[in-house]
Design a protein around this ligand. Structure first.
Ligand SMILES: [Zn+2]
Length: 497
């Protein structure tokens, strides 16, 4: 009997100890999904900042309203924040700046079939994206959405709008820039234009204090023009090998640029046509003139492995039927060129990627600023997921995971001129943050909503997935956002039947 009492009290002590430990390690207090508090303490986290430095911690990060009020060494005393109303326990977690996707398009339809903005927004936020730069969509709608996001009346990342300027003459181009400025855009997007028109548009944009993003296709202008005119960002890549060719691209006589099968097939040969010495000079010129590069590797990934692209595991629960229909091969839709894609095409593209990735790495080594964006919604690219894919491809290109995170946070903020408010875990910065219970530097795949399949005690387990997404001080439970997306997709599929 005496032994039993002793055993019981021993057990009680253990239970009490365990209780105290769990109080210390798992106490979230007053944290509500979709709410911003006056003051929130995020306790005991390891911080991975957006400035290219290694993780540090444990830290306590204090939010006040929509700002980061302090970043402190962790106070590990159990009662340290006893009087605080809102405490998020980050024990065992990693805190990063919210990710910035610098090349997106706002989609509320695909090929005329509706698809709610809410779907795109919530997939983005499920993937840790708290800011996007829209590079071309319906301006009126985009401006209205930006306002709703700023007010916090919708669940959406911050929206920065670089909208499309165009014109058949230089004067028309200038007029188009002025009209966009009046509509309240944050910057200008250009593509596919002749040199004199581009020069006028970039000049007018600069006069009005607007940065310019250039989607360079195969056109009259190339990376040297971007450098000469002072464009902020070169989107994608064509204009770089084009600037390093000896003469024109070696396209077959039957090539037609407006035939997307031709366009994407032969694009897979362009990097090897670039003269290495000329290419090196072009990259140096871009760096010298401060043109940043948004390679969007992941946009084209289907080209090197079409079977993979058509069968990604996240389609099962996260692919909206509207987007699914849009992806099917069709000469009528942009990026739906996969009909008849061949082994040879993929081999060409794999080589294309090797040279392209080396060029991006060389560009960064010369001091060039590389940003991360995904251009999703075309060619089997799914919002958010493809952005995370882009991070993996940056690592493949030779970037250390810390530098990859920097591309997606600090660099992207700097490219948009927001380096004093976004992309860092730093006092005074906007409270855009993500929390994850695995180390993304060990495996970027932990960032995916679908996590990483692993084994624990011989059983399948899913590890990772972001746990909290904080935008403008508003705290979202990320698995809840993921569920919203899955429900939206399931409902849209049922309605379609
Ligand atoms: Zn785009």
């Amino acid at each position: 009997m005496k032994n039993l009492v002793r055993a019981c009290s021993f057990l009680t002590v253990i239970i009490l100890l365990l209780g105290a430990a769990s109080l210390l390690s798992a106490e979230n207090r007053g944290i509500e999904h979709g709410k911003r508090a006056d003051r929130i303490v995020i306790r005991n986290v390891i911080v991975i900042d957006g400035k290219g430095t290694p993780p540090r911690g444990p830290m306590d990060v204090i939010l006040e309203g929509n700002k980061i009020a302090a970043v402190l060494g962790a106070d590990l005393r159990p009662d340290a924040y006893k009087s605080e109303k809102h405490v998020l326990d980050g024990t065992g977690m990693y805190l990063l700046p919210g990710l910035i996707n610098i090349h997106v398009h706002l989609h509320d339809e695909r090929a005329g079939i509706p698809q709610p903005f809410e779907y795109e927004y919530k997939v983005w936020m499920s993937c840790g994206i708290t800011t996007v730069r829209d590079v071309g969509s319906d301006v009126k709608k985009a401006v209205a959405e930006r306002r709703k996001s700023q007010e916090g009346s919708i669940v959406a990342p911050r929206l920065y709008l670089y909208e499309t300027a165009a014109g058949a003459t230089p004067e028309e181009g200038r007029k188009s820039v002025r009209a966009l400025k009046e509509q309240g855009v944050d910057g200008i997007k250009i593509f596919g234009m002749d040199r004199d028109i581009m020069e006028a548009i970039v000049d007018e944009s600069h006069k009005l204090g607007l940065k310019v993003a250039h989607h360079v296709g195969v056109e009259e202008t190339d990376a040297r023009d971007d450098a000469a005119f002072g464009v902020s960002t070169m989107e994608h890549w064509y204009g770089i090998p084009d600037a390093a060719l000896k003469g024109s691209q070696d396209f077959p006589p039957s090539y037609n640029y407006n035939n997307e099968s031709d366009r994407f097939r032969w694009a897979g040969h362009l990097w090897r046509e670039a003269d290495p010495a000329k290419l090196d000079a072009v990259l140096s010129e871009m760096v010298k003139k401060g043109v940043a590069w948004i390679p969007t590797f992941a946009t084209y990934e289907a080209c090197r492995d079409m079977t993979r692209a058509r069968n990604l595991p996240w389609y099962k629960e996260y692919l909206h039927p509207t987007l699914e229909a849009y992806f099917r091969p069709s000469p009528a839709r942009h990026g739906a060129f996969s009909q008849g894609w061949s082994t040879e095409d993929e081999i060409a593209w794999k080589e294309n990627y090797r040279i392209w990735m080396k060029a991006v790495r060389d560009f960064a080594d010369k001091g060039g600023l590389v940003g991360a964006g995904d251009d999703a919604g075309f060619i089997y690219t799914l919002y958010g997921f493809t952005f995370l894919d882009e991070l993996e491809m940056l690592q493949e290109a030779g970037f250390h995971p810390i530098d990859v995170i920097q591309c997606a946070t600090g660099n992207n903020a700097k490219i948009m001129g927001l380096e004093n408010e976004l992309g860092r875990v730093r006092q005074g910065f906007l409270a855009d943050l993500i929390l994850i219970d695995e180390n993304p530097l060990a495996n970027l795949k932990y960032l995916f909503p679908t996590g990483v399949l692993d084994l624990k005690d011989g059983k399948d387990v899913i590890r990772g997935g972001i746990k909290w997404t904080i935008k403008d001080g508003i705290v979202y439970n990320t698995p809840t956002l993921m569920k919203d997306v899955r429900d939206m997709v399931a409902k849209a599929r049922t309605e379609k039947k």
